[in-house]
Design a protein around this ligand. Structure first.
Ligand code: ADP
Ligand code: MG
Length: 625
């Protein structure tokens, strides 16, 4: 072979760093590199099996689907071969020279962190192949694509570069040849390899042969009857299918014959890896038809917001030779999706009833996905309502309740579900919005995430009860049942109507465009004033979300707001007294009242202006004394 055919290439910068992390910080639990390479081999075989049903390739069609492992104990060489789809030259370069999802800037830091904490996490980062360098000083990959094009050899010692050259005499598939490091010679022994395969790769659905002997049990666990499967087997399968190390939080195994033949085995993990800086995770459920993998990480079989679920769905009703592209708008797939999703939601609701604490753990980790479902998926939105959980005025701090529990406790005459958003329970309880709720003993949900109002707004109603935010301008609460005569419910003596009108006029004049209307409140008990939303889209919480994303520049983006003032508040009585005599001072106080109300609504105010104004107010007061 002429030397021009050997090309030396640089790894992509990220890849070099990944290699660095993998080689230098991962000394423990080196075994996992075998799992990673075997799982890559199994993936390649699955891809070929499906492809052969769709495309009917001719090249090497007779070669059996299997994984063969050879141990050259004396030479310290381990070889893992598969007869899967193989790779073309271009595929070798992109697949083994670059990293697919390194887009996010935090990716590498998080990987390094994860590597320190738990080596097993690296499989989740999709950098499995590089783990070969944990044990090998040199890795050669000989591969030939299923299309029969020329074979190639890729070779690297894990430092900055790799070479690619043509390689003759290869069959379809990939052979990974590892020259082991001096301290890793054990990986060329049959004993060690068999042990690792038994531990990690029992469920690989192809024969794994070590020195000619098949060492794994080839079984599709999900097609067996529930009563025959042990918890250990279930957990082992979860680890296999989810590339996981822990135990699953939930497991649902169900079969149906009508309206569709379905075998599904679904798991909920314990961790949300999207919080590890991984960006959006791919779907974790594989779609099978009669035990043949049709779509790995299928985006069609469950809605996107269920992407944290791991497992398999198998249906005999799907045509075996369906192509991956046509899955998306296949009516049968859509039907399957609906049936399985509804079943899964029902399962979660049942689990929530069975073990509240465990469900809280689920909710803390994956609630965000359920919320995503409510806001993005009209099809299942109403079903998802029963999975939502919030803090509540009627529950202990930290305890979460469902909308059903809320409805169960609703007062006579109450036909709405009330909620209020705020940064913390304490902030909400000290704020103006819950005053009348407290007084009339009406339960109110506390939504502590800015996104929550958006979610409840999207949901609109639950069990035919309207969901209403307590900062709405048009809020009307049911009367207290044991209300005293003569409206003495509100605190203190109110200003007379003409004075109230005068005061509202004064506030509006001073505040101008900052506010749509100024009205007397019939809800406030102690607070002098509060902001309420007229606009049902650009609400205070929506603004908070926008502000969090856009910073101070978003001050101008405000929805229409009213200011409600409390006609019984001593401060209001004072303002009416001084507003003509000390107009500038009264104007400052009015502006300050407004800013305070804005802050209590969680909205931004111009802090510079506010500081100089409050000094003016303080000076004025101290002069009076
Ligand atoms: P992942 O498996 O998560 O995609 P890896 O680092 O394990 O990440 O592998 C990178 C890519 O290299 C794979 O996606 C696949 O395209 C390719 N690859 C690795 N091993 C094989 C193999 N044995 N046969 C064919 N392609 C392979
Ligand atoms: Mg892999």
């Amino acid at each position: 072979m002429s030397t021009e055919q050997v090309e030396t290439k640089q790894f992509q910068a990220e890849t070099r760093k990944v290699l660095d992390i993998v080689i230098n910080s991962l000394y423990t639990e080196r075994d996992i590199f075998v799992r990673e390479l075997v799982s890559n081999a199994a993936d390649a075989l699955e891809k070929y099996r499906h492809l052969s049903l769709v495309e009917k390739p001719e090249f090497d069609a007779h070669v059996p689907l299997e994984i063969v492992i050879d141990c050259e104990e004396k030479k310290h060489v381990l070889t893992i071969s598969d007869t899967g789809i193989g790779m073309t030259r271009e595929e070798l370069e992109t697949n083994l020279g670059t990293i697919a999802h390194s887009g996010s800037g935090r990716f590498l830091e998080e990987l390094a962190e994860a590597a320190k904490k738990d080596v097993n996490l690296i499989g989740q980062f999709g950098v499995g192949f590089y783990s070969a360098f944990m044990a090998a000083k040199k890795v050669r990959v000989q591969t030939r694509s299923w299309d029969g094009s020329e074979g190639h050899e890729w070779c690297s010692d894990g430092s900055g570069t790799y070479t690619i050259k043509p390689c003759e005499g290869l069959h379809r598939g990939t052979k990974i040849i590892l020259e082991l490091k001096d301290d890793a010679h054990e990986y060329a022994t049959k004993f060690t390899i068999e042990r690792i395969i038994k531990q990690y790769s029992t469920f690989v659905p192809f024969p794994v042969k070590v020195e000619g002997k098949t060492v794994n049990t080839v079984q599709a666990i999900w097609t067996r009857s529930k009563s025959e499967i042990t918890d250990e087997e279930y957990t082992e399968f979860y680890k296999f299918v989810g590339n996981a190390v822990d135990e699953p939080l939930y497991r649902l195994h169900f079969s149906a014959d009508a309206p569709l033949a379905i075998n599904a085995l679904l798991y909920v993990p314990r961790e949300n890896i999207e919080t590890l800086g991984m960006g959006r995770m791919p779907s974790g459920v594989n779609l099978y038809c009669q035990r043949v993998l049709i779509d790995q990480h299928s985006e069609n079989i469950l809605p996107e917001w269920l992407r944290f679920v791991k497992g398999v769905v198998d249906s005999e009703d799907l045509p075996l030779n369906i192509s991956r592209q046509s899955l998306q708008d296949n009516a049968l797939v859509m039907k399957l999706r609906k049936v399985i999703t509804k079943r899964f939601i029902k399962f979660l609701a049942e689990e929530a009833g069975r073990d509240k604490e465990k469900y809280q753990q689920f909710w803390k980790t994956f609630g965000i996905f359920i919320k995503e479902g409510v806001t993005t998926d009209f099809e299942f939105q109403k079903d998802l309502g029963k999975l939502l959980r919030f803090e509540s005025s009627a529950a202990d701090p930290g305890e979460l309740i469902s909308l059903d529990e809320y409805i169960g406790r609703m007062k006579e005459g109450q036909d709405k579900i009330y909620y209020i958003n705020g940064p913390s329970r304490q902030a909400i309880e000290q704020g103006p919005y819950v005053e009348l709720f407290k007084k009339r003993e009406i339960e109110i949900l506390y939504t502590l995430e800015p996104i929550d109002d958006f979610v409840l707004n999207h949901l609109g109603t639950y069990e035919e009860k309207k969901l209403v935010s307590a900062d709405r301008a048009d809020l009307s609460l049911p009367e207290a049942a044991d209300k005293d005569e003569g409206g003495s419910e509100e605190q203190g003596e109110k200003l007379p109507a003409d004075k109230v009108a005068e005061l509202c006029g004064f506030f509006k004049e001073i505040l101008g465009d900052r506010v749509k209307e100024v009205k007397a409140s019939d809800r406030l008990v102690d607070s002098p004033a509060m902001i309420v939303n007229v606009d049902s889209y650009m609400t205070s919480s929506m603004e908070r979300i926008m502000q969090a994303q856009g910073g101070e520049g978003e001050l101008a983006m405000a929805g229409k707001k009213d200011l409600e003032i409390n006609p019984a508040s001593p401060l209001m009585k004072k303002i009416i007294e001084v507003k003509d005599k000390k107009r500038d001072f009264a104007a400052d106080v009015a502006n300050q009242v407004f800013d305070n109300a804005m802050i209590q609504a969680g909205l931004l105010v111009d802090s510079q202006q506010m500081v100089s104004r409050s000094y003016r107010i303080l000076e004025q007061i101290s002069q009076e004394k």
